[in-house]
Write a protein that binds this ligand. Sequence first.
Ligand code: GLP
Length: 243
Amino acid sequence: MRILVCNTPAELDRRAAEMIADAVRSRRDAVVGLSTGRTTGDIHRAFVRLVRETGLDCSGVTFFGQDEVAGVPRAYAGACYTMLKNELVGPLGIPEERFLMLPTESDDFGRDCRAFMDELEKRGGVDFLFLGLGENGHLGFNQPGSPFGAGARLSVMYPELEERIRRETGTPADKPLGGVTMGLKDIMQARKLVLAAKGPSKAAIVKKMIEGPVTEDVPASVLQLHPDCTVLLDREAASQLAL
Ligand code: GLP
């Protein structure tokens, strides 16, 4: 793991955007994965600015999301599809055929997950995947206890997120919600990974992810085993590291 500590959140956003740009330049038809959340929204906006300033050519690139909220309409503001559309895909004018997402609703998530992974493979496999980090160590919707060997599948949310989404969408308690996600095995197969974490609420889990044992109790700890993984932190998220 390569650890980069940035002086400010804005510096982190700029460096992250440059890393996404490097991935775009690496192959004309690069396959570039993104994650949603509070951390990555500003990064996506910084990337859009970079593309506008430099004229970076994204016309052959496939962008995809590594996970999705399951059980809500795709147009819900908190669905990963809509977030990525608003933050990056829409502003850059990426057409639907080069924006791949897992479905929010399906009668067979297993089949749709296989089709999604097959399509990524058909396009040459994942060149680059940008990750966020959950406070409990989750990657995508791979919650603590997720097997390192698991592939893309329907999984569970963490309770705070589920509560917020139920409130925002008015979803009744008896309708199941979940998260559909690439598995840890799929994430580890990406050629290059970058994970970003910001702020004091991530400091303890960042320490566990980097300095703790590799264990399924901390899904993100598996990244210690990836041959090309960079962790981008601001000072607060890095504050508990023994650097
Ligand atoms: C959600 C998303 C993840 C994301 C994580 C971190 O669970 N499904 O893909 O990495 O949250 O989000 P935040 O940056 O808001 O802490």
